[in-house]
Ligand binder design. Structure first.
Ligand SMILES: C[S@@+](CC[C@H](N)C(=O)[O-])C[C@H]1O[C@@H](n2cnc3c(N)ncnc32)[C@H](O)[C@@H]1O
Length: 295
């Protein structure tokens, strides 16, 4: 097995806020390499259990290996958390003590060029979390109409969306885009670096990833469906990495607590310490929000 690492973000804070019943049944809806799941398992007693879910078969293999010391206490299953109701029913689970969503993709997705997520390493324009899905970044960039591409990039916060979409159209008339570097070079050549903290292609890459994997739709569906399975006193913890997904979580949690039956545990989102960010730059934009079903 190749050696990729992922440092779990807000690990201590998340597990402290999530685990309220040491003998409970917890769901890690974004298992990844199993870093958070391992810490949850360490905090449970003999009767506590974890169900880990990931959409990416590659992560399933890695987490099975990483959590092999916990057999009997952990069950690992492949699936999209947007279908959490079906996944839990299939596992004959009716009531859970807590659920974690650590959103987005793992460091492996960025570090492995073949997956096509990286701005730094050249790879195919892929970006699928689950490689069985039909839609790829290649299809969006080379086939979608101008209006759809411009709208997608604009809604992900890129103010030069018109210019980028127009240049994509002009370029693909002559030659299709094939690689991540191909796309990044084109964006760098038309947009200035001036005044930007990150690479000019960052927001376009984020927009593509979000669209390829229906990330906002999955999040909304996953949160809504999970609420039906939380036992009284159980918590839902969500770690986000950009303002668009954080807004969905903030608004959904706000709505839930106004409707009644839910108590906001984090009045303000929990952010990583300076120490954590200095050791793991990926943590810099993380925000943790937690809500509890009232007993
Ligand atoms: C930030 S990583 C989680 C890292 C994990 N907490 C750890 O400690 O290793 C996010 C994971 O969620 C998975 N994922 C993304 N969208 C998903 C979805 N809709 N359903 C299930 N898993 C998903 C990704 O494949 C990735 O492994």
């Amino acid at each position: 097995m190749e050696d990729f690492k992922h440092v779990p973000v807000l690990l201590k804070e998340t597990v402290e806020l999530l685990v309220t019943d040491k003998g409970g049944f917890y769901v890690d809806a974004t298992l990844g390499m199993g870093g958070h799941a391992k810490k949850i398992l360490e905090n449970l007693d003999g009767s506590g259990r974890v169900l880990g879910i990931d959409w990416d078969p590659e992560m399933i293999n890695i987490s099975k290996n990483n959590l092999s010391g916990y057999s009997g206490k952990v069950k690992i299953t492949a699936g999209n958390f947007a279908n959490i109701d079906e996944i839990l029913k299939r596992a004959a689970v009716m009531n859970i003590s807590g659920i974690l969503f650590d959103l987005g993709v793992s460091s492996l997705h960025f570090d492995k060029p073949q997956r096509g997520f990286s701005l730094k390493h050249e790879g195919p324009l892929d970006m699928r979390i689950n490689p069985a899905n039909p839609l790829t970044a290649h299809t969006i960039i080379n086939k979608w109409p101008f209006e759809q591409i411009e709208h997608l990039i604009r809604t992900c916060g890129e103010r030069f969306s018109y210019k980028i979409a127009k240049t994509i159209m002009e370029r693909r008339e002559k030659k299709e885009f094939e690689t991540t570097t191909d796309l990044r070079n084109m964006i760098e050549s038309v947009l200035p670096y001036t005044g930007r903290k990150s690479n000019p292609a960052t927001k376009t890459f984020l927009a593509l990833r979000v669209a390829v994997n229906y990330e906002f739709d999955n999040l909304t569906r996953g949160m809504q469906k999970a609420t039906q399975f939380l036992a009284p006193g159980a918590r839902m913890a969500i770690i986000t990495f950009h303002s668009l997904e954080d807004r969905i979580v903030k608004e959904t949690f706000g709505f839930m607590s106004r409707m009644g039956g839910w108590k906001m545990i984090t009045k303000k989102p929990v952010s990583p310490s300076e120490e954590e960010v200095s050791g793991n730059n990926r943590a810099r934009s993380a925000k943790l929000r937690v809500i509890e079903k009232i007993k």
